[in-house]
Unconditional design. Structure first.
Length: 249
């Protein structure tokens, strides 16, 4: 019973973070499960996805309620993300767990460096209109889906900074579109990990329940924060995740 309550509370904390940054909470759940619970990298990723899939679904609905997500932008991201996430997840389950963990830390560090660089670079004003036509959204969906399938993070963490810096969207619009990309890609990745017995359902299900109770609050906070502050918090969040997991390498 104590363990169940702990998982529920942890899921609530992760759900808040997932709603705040539009990533479903998986990126922080993976280091937590690896560091605090000692799970191998693939099992940590698969277990985190049990929480991520329903959290992403709820967060996507909340973001769409507050800031309508354009289907013409979301569909190419989602379709290509789904296809390449499936390929990435098949590759992931066959990789050595230690090598996978090193790769995941490197992945987080590259994202952290990219986001830090963006904080100090001048950028054009954000706009509701995309700077590039829809085929390029498909390219972004493919790259983000492949990374999401490989590392179990849904691809949103890749797509969000690219959408703001390259495609010129606001942070909130980028996070909403990233959730549209993440929903099908996390679903197919979870199925692949589950089929290969890389999921601890006893931990994942209570995490999911806790996350569903809190993710709407995270979305609400995201829409209330200033744009620059939200980007800065997102960058710091990536650094913390990388440092946590680096101690287990």
């Amino acid at each position: 019973m104590i363990e169940l309550m702990m998982y529920l509370l942890l899921g609530a904390a992760l759900g808040t973070v997932g709603g705040l940054f539009g990533i479903g909470g998986g990126l922080i759940a993976i280091p937590v499960l690896g560091v605090l619970f000692g799970l191998d990298q693939q099992i940590a990723q698969g277990t985190a996805l049990v929480m991520v899939v329903p959290n992403v679904l709820l967060a996507l609905w909340r973001y769409h309620q507050r800031n309508r997500i354009e289907a013409r932008h979301a569909l190419p991201l989602a379709l290509m993300g789904f296809s390449f996430a499936w390929l990435g997840s098949i590759w992931a389950v066959g990789i050595d767990a230690q090598k996978m963990r090193i790769g995941f830390v490197a992945f987080l560090l590259v994202l952290s460096a990219y986001n830090l660089l963006r904080m100090f670079m001048a950028s054009a004003p954000a706009s509701s209109e995309m700077r590039y036509p829809w085929p390029w959204l498909g390219v972004l969906g493919a790259a983000s889906g492949a990374m999401g399938g490989l590392f179990g993070v849904g691809g949103a963490v890749v797509a969000t900074p690219v959408l703001t810096s390259v495609f010129g969207t606001t942070q909130v619009v980028a996070q909403g579109l990233s959730l549209a990309l993440a929903l099908p890609s996390t679903g197919v990745t979870l199925v692949t990990y589950g089929f290969h017995h890389q999921v601890d359902w006893a931990i994942g299900l209570p995490l999911a329940a806790g996350g569903l109770l809190s993710i709407s609050w995270g979305v609400k906070v995201a829409h209330a924060l200033p744009e620059r502050l939200l980007r800065g918090l997102f960058c710091g969040f990536l650094v913390v995740c990388a440092v946590m997991l680096a101690f287990k390498v």
